[in-house]
Design a protein around this ligand. Structure first.
Ligand code: ZN
Length: 494
């Protein structure tokens, strides 16, 4: 059932809001006077020995005379989008915890900030109200039916925000699925259905095809798991009214889709194997971006490349010291079977950087992958790192992340690191065993497989699962990357 949205230019009074049971009041620093429910808020502030300005740090709820619940939050002018999202998530949580049918959002402040704050509050409410996979027998999902926005009437119907919510939710839902419910076979089937539903062109490079093509880097990983159902899936979105064909940008999205990562013969211990069904998150981010861009009808051609496989042990699984030849002809010495992400992405990046059927090349490649432990060591699980083969792309990424409320840290892409990957027997080593800077070595490695000097940004998603939520999103698996990726595309096509 579609959500009902009502918008009122005026803020309601205690009286006009009296029919609302769940109210979110988004204030700015100057809106202390003439607030709805001001007296009750004042009493609670006094009781808890706090002041109005404390609402800038932590939101507060009050019980309403009609039995409803109101949550107050103050969004300071100087806050970043990440900070606003975080405060709004904390403010809306008590309302959503009660499985609200309707939420009234009251937006205060000057006109300039109202639009931004209304979109942020709507996004945070919707993204946390979305249904996510649960296999609990008695857990019933109750959808949010209505949002009423008071104090701001937007010129749009929040279509862009809804699209981002849909993209983020798809990303989280796929990532949360247990690995027995998302094998490469099942994942490929789901992607095919999504392609049909959203009008994307769909093409698959399965294992026999990849073998014939000589995609030995991807194949090395895929060969280890029965029933050899790994594949590179290629989806294409073409904008509906495609008028400015010549000026239209081509962007390639690439995602790591390891449905389960045991580590391979260099097997992970239980503590580190836990949660490894989420190692396909990069591909889910790429899909989430594709879905949202489709709903936004963005004027851009998107090619989405998903590297879907599992990393298993078995008689056929690749092992240390194997040498394999990648699609671009380079030979790779295997050093650690748990560094499978860069292997499947190597050949996928080669495919993504080659001309399409019309002879067109992508202007930019954006890849998303839960790739290295060293990125999490470097930036924690609260932000993610990017590395680009063109520095201006990394700068753009930091800006796009700031707009989206997803924090991005840029790392260097320096040629002299290549000497660490020198191999005695092959053209390149897959990684080193020395540790330290693996996220940068991985990027240097993957960069070798991009053809035609295409500009490329690699996102190493260390913040995809953050306990207790991150920024806008309450669930541990947070869909980080979808918002940032959309802002990135928007900044590339203007
Ligand atoms: Zn791995």
């Amino acid at each position: 059932m579609a959500l009902k949205l009502t918008q009122y230019a005026e803020i309601g009074s205690d009286k006009s809001l009296s029919s609302e049971r769940h109210v979110l009041l988004v204030l700015n620093e100057k809106t202390e006077k003439s607030l709805p429910f001001a007296k009750i808020l004042d009493n609670k502030l006094k009781r808890s020995k706090s002041e109005f300005k404390d609402l800038r740090k932590s939101p507060m709820t009050i019980e309403l005379p009609n039995g409803g619940l109101a949550s107050f939050v103050v969004l300071g002018e100087k806050l970043t989008m990440f900070q606003k999202h975080t405060l709004l998530r904390k403010a809306v949580k008590p309302l959503l915890d009660e499985q609200a049918d309707n939420i009234a959002i009251c937006i205060f402040g000057d006109e300039a900030t109202k639009e931004v704050n209304a979109c942020a509050a709507y996004y945070v409410t919707m993204v946390n109200a979305a249904e996510l996979p649960s296999r609990k027998k008695d857990k019933k999902y109750k959808p949010l039916k209505e949002i009423s926005i008071y104090g701001f009437k937007a010129a749009h119907d929040y279509n862009y925000v809804n699209a981002r919510v849909a993209g983020n939710t798809l990303c989280r839902s796929l990532t949360m699925l247990p690995p027995n419910e998302l094998t490469p076979t099942i994942y490929r089937e789901k992607v095919k259905e999504l392609a049909k539903e959203h009008g994307w062109q769909h093409e698959e490079f399965d294992m026999p095809k990849l073998k014939r093509m000589g995609a030995g880097a991807f194949y090395a990983v895929g060969q280890g798991s029965e029933p050899m159902d790994a594949a590179i899936v290629h989806l294409t979105y073409t904008p509906p009214n495609n008028k400015q064909k010549s000026s239209k940008k081509n962007i390639a999205l690439v995602g790591k889709g390891i449905c389960f990562d045991t580590g391979g013969h260099n097997l992970k211990p239980a503590k580190y194997m836990q949660g490894m069904h989420e190692d396909m998150n990069g591909s889910a981010v790429a899909l989430g971006i594709l879905l949202a861009a489709t709903q936004m009808k963005l004027e851009v051609k998107l090619d989405c490349w998903l590297a879907i496989a599992q990393n298993h042990i078995g008689p056929l699984a690749y092992k240390q010291n194997d040498v394999v030849a990648a699609l671009n002809g380079m030979t790779i010495e295997i050093v650690h079977t748990d560094a499978e992400g860069r292997m499947v992405l190597a050949d996928t990046l080669t495919l993504a950087s080659r001309p399409d059927v019309n002879g067109e090349l992508p202007d930019v490649i954006l890849d998303y992958a839960t790739l290295t432990g060293s990125m999490a060591v470097a930036v924690t699980d609260r932000m993610s790192g990017v590395i680009a083969n063109k520095p201006e792309l990394a700068c753009k990424a930091i800006g796009a992340g700031a707009v989206a409320g997803e924090r991005i840290v840029a790392f260097p892409y320096e040629e002299d690191m290549d000497s660490d990957l020198d191999s005695d027997i092959a053209d390149i080593k897959q990684c080193t065993l020395e540790g330290g800077g693996d996220h940068m070595h991985a990027a240097r490695f993957m960069g070798k497989f991009i053809e035609n000097d295409i500009a490329w940004l690699h996102a190493d998603l260390s913040s995809t699962n953050s306990k207790g939520g991150l920024g806008a999103v309450q669930s541990d698996v947070n869909g980080f990357g979808v918002g940032f990726g959309l802002e990135m595309i928007k900044s590339l096509i203007v």
